[in-house]
Design a binder for this molecule. Sequence first.
Ligand SMILES: [Zn+2]
Length: 255
Amino acid sequence: MAAEIRLFPCLSDNFGYLIHDPATKATASIDAPEAAPIVAALEREGWTLTDILITHHHHDHVGGVAELKQKYKCRVIAPHDKSTKIANADLRTKQGDVLKIGSLLARVLETPGHTLDHVSYVFDNEKTVFAADTLFSIGCGRVFEGTYPMMWDSLLKLRALPDDFKLYCGHEYTASNIKFALTIEPDNPVLKARAEEVRRLREANRPTIPTLLGEEKKANVFLRADEPSVAASVRMKDRSAAEIFGELRERKNKS
Ligand SMILES: [Zn+2]
């Protein structure tokens, strides 16, 4: 039986995610921005929370953990401490670990840069990755704690996943990401098509997530810092991909 995934808004622009295993009834929440919408989603489905998979320590990803753990006695899985301590963790996880959520398998990718502790969870059998604040649709997270080369390496890890994997990210930032990406690649046909699709989705008040990694590889300028055309657009032809990535990220910060 295929895993079921539910997506719903939390806080102002975060996503809440549940992944459910029909075979064992196990259900994991990816992060916990706030408890109430997660509880509501669980009750709508008649599911019981068994696990919380935390991607990083920021409050808008862990704010609901304590309340959910109290209510469901669920297992809380968090990255190894590399920056601020995450409270309430039962299990610390690192690169290469494979976690069992019922019969579902979640592989851990360390994707530092936004924070030093940031991990992404890859469900290979479901062709799904939860990348939180490392990789957004047509964007990437701000580099708060790491370095640009570190973040570029993390994006390369995610880019190495197959094209038919679905990307679920931490925030609904796609429309503003597209506005910026078009300043770098105004003639990218896949980006222009995505811009049109996102305009329609947002008009209908629908989420722009999930998106396919294959589409992101063609349209997300932050995954394309090693494309000669992107280097040319920012006039950095002889520079490394990590330097070009850093320039793109700085321009986005100022945009
Ligand atoms: Zn964050």
